[in-house]
Design a protein around this ligand. Sequence first.
Ligand code: SF4
Ligand code: MG
Length: 331
Amino acid sequence: NKKLLDIKQLKTYFYSDEGVVPAVDGVDIAIFEGETVGIVGESGCGKSVTSLTAMRLTPGKVVGGSIEFDGKDLLAISEAEMRSIRGNEMAMIFQEPMTSLNPVFTIGQQIGEAVQIHMNYSKQQAKTHAVEMLKLVGIPRPEQIVDEYPHQLSGGMRQRVMIAMAMSCQPKLLIADEPTTALDVTIQAQILDLMRKLRAERNTSIMMITHDLGVVAEMCDRVIVMYSGKVVEEGDVVTIFTNPQHPYTQGLMKSIPTLDSNEKRLYSIKGNVPIPGSLREGCSFAPRCEYAMDVCRRQAPQLEEVESGHSSRCWLHSSDQGETRNENTAH
Ligand code: SF4
Ligand code: MG
């Protein structure tokens, strides 16, 4: 299987009067053709900035690393080339479709726009295509909806329209950032079903950004856990759910709501994600970690393989015991 997206040591920093925030701080993410990879973590951990950087839409500054997509170096190509990839070979759906749908254009015009730009469709062809896409995403009365405006649709319908827009050029990679978070459970299940169907029909790769581990369990082949701008654990979905190694991942797993609880995304991990870069030394999870040792506060652990295809960034299972070993032998 071929690597479609290959992000290496990516660094996206934000600069302000208060200082530098390394929102994405040396992140590696690979996504293979047809694969669905979940990027998980609480808000503020760098998931969205990573995906926006991959689309070259980040408001931050890329200060290091590389992004290769389908053999192209995305950080080196021109803005014109990037525009032809964006919305065409790479497409994105967001949590709140109202912010990405334009209120003054009809649904048909918006779905049709991408194929008019990227595939040179005529207006009439674009409209016919839009109707087909609306059918594909299960919108009832597509011939009528195609001439309606976003505000005339429900939230679930708007999210379907977003998916229709994103899928209309048959992208190789779909980036979905909290695609179902704002929707009720029934609509959420329908949207996930729809994404699975599209993936099966078109072999689309999906980067699924979410803090909802239920979505990850249902959709993903592989999981990347991010914390404070870094990848802290990575593995296939079964491994991450059954044998999480990093204390942060273990905390996330404990906070999965049970079936009889209505409370969603209830975190049992005390404290908040630190602003990336605010802790100058050591493991950024140390202030919240029940296993934190002296070495954790002094020296940052590296991402290391704990078994084949499964990596974690934690001193607990690191082969290199850092300074502690030196100290112990010195005393
Ligand atoms: Fe906890 Fe230390 Fe592991 Fe960080 S390195 S997660 S503080 S045990
Ligand atoms: Mg986000």
